[in-house]
Write a protein that binds this ligand. Sequence first.
Ligand code: SF4
Length: 495
Amino acid sequence: MGIQPEDDKLHDECGVFGVWAPKRDVARMTYFALRALQHRGQESAGIAVGDGHTVLVRKDLGLVAQVFTDSDLTAMPGKVAIGHCRYGTAGAKGWESAQPHLSTINDVIIALAHNGTLVNFDSLRRELIEMGIPFRSNTDSEVAAKLIGYFTQRGHRLRSGIAHTMHMLEGGYAMVLARENALYAFRDPHGIRPLVLGKLDEGEWVVASETCAFDIVGATYARDVMPGEIIRVSDDGIVSEQGAPAASLHDCIFEHVYFSRPDSVKGGSSFYLMRHRMGRELARETPVDADLVISVPDSGTPAAEGYAAELGIPYGTGLIKNRYVARTFIQPTQELRSLGVRLKLNALPDAVAGKRLVMVDDSIVRGTTSKQIVQMLKNAGATEVHVRSASPMVKWPCFYGIDTANQDQLIAANMTLEEIRDFIGADSLGFLSTEGLLACVPEGGYCTACFTGEYPVEIPRVFYEEKFLPGYEPNNLEPSSPGSQMSLEELLEQD
Ligand code: SF4
């Protein structure tokens, strides 16, 4: 394996976007927004449009630009649209798993798009199946869509159907939903997955996983969607209500390290600037004497620049990235696969030969890619390669929407610092501390579970054997919410 550097990274699982703008070409706006969010998921893409009478969906496997033609978008006029790009996890890669999901509730059609993971979706799915509700896929997103349908059908309005569903769901989620004449957006009570609200002209609103999607459609950032909040936009204007009580904020810290695009903004600061600060902090914590600082492009670049600036060492290009080896359905042959990281990166001997290098990467997950890059730089003539990670050691799996390996594949859960250094063949190795990382991001509450094992939402016991190594006991900071412990019928009886 290891055909691309990204295979040695944590993966965000999705990007979402929604727009309410009855006088505009909402499908085309969503298309361009999804192109801006493409880094969040490259395996499928979809757009749903509500035209005042019904909801239409087009989705398929592939990159956004592969899924939609100009005439597809022209054939989707509407007042409201949502979009989704997806990074598929094992067991959920087929067309049925592509989003948005279309569901019918009595005579109302809804389309739902979801970023995140619901830790209790399996038990909810079983309960719904026992009640005779059919499923097309094995995804948690479909469980959420079916639950919303179920509660709405039981006589509630759609907004209260969403609120009831939020009481049942556990995990990290940011969802957008379109019906024929309204846009909805809602976020988990801990605010683990990101969701931001932006404004176009009077009465026109957008929501997205990141602000880079606003820039491309000409919207301005208004505020974050708050933990547990439901936003509804329609001809009646924008309405906000608390769907589920907000819990303590646990914004995913890894969005700041790696997932979000550097030009996206959070708390008044770009992710570029935060990563530059992380590089400076990393240099203060783990300095080294060297001739040149290089980055593992592109995601390590801001931190590498910060590292170099802090120590007064020149920053330069030592690795060239082939930008056109995007995720593709054409699998390389075994022979090409053995080229490993060279399919995506190549060393620049002119820049690195005879030099003592600091190689800054945003994170080290399995360590296999770092090992190949260090070897490549040494083959290109580098005399020393000092590796620095602009995030702490990733020791714990994520359950909230990020595709992490099981703990046995996380190198930092299995080896000491010195053993990792030896494995990747570096002359020295350093990681940013968790405290140092938190000092570089805007003030707020953060999930740091993949570094610390402190999980904001309880991890069900059934995952322990599969995901954790013996001896690792996660610390569940908050027990499940009372609603998620109840059956659907019990929850309804409470009304
Ligand atoms: S465990 Fe890590 S990747 Fe997952 S939500 Fe928390 S900080 Fe983000």
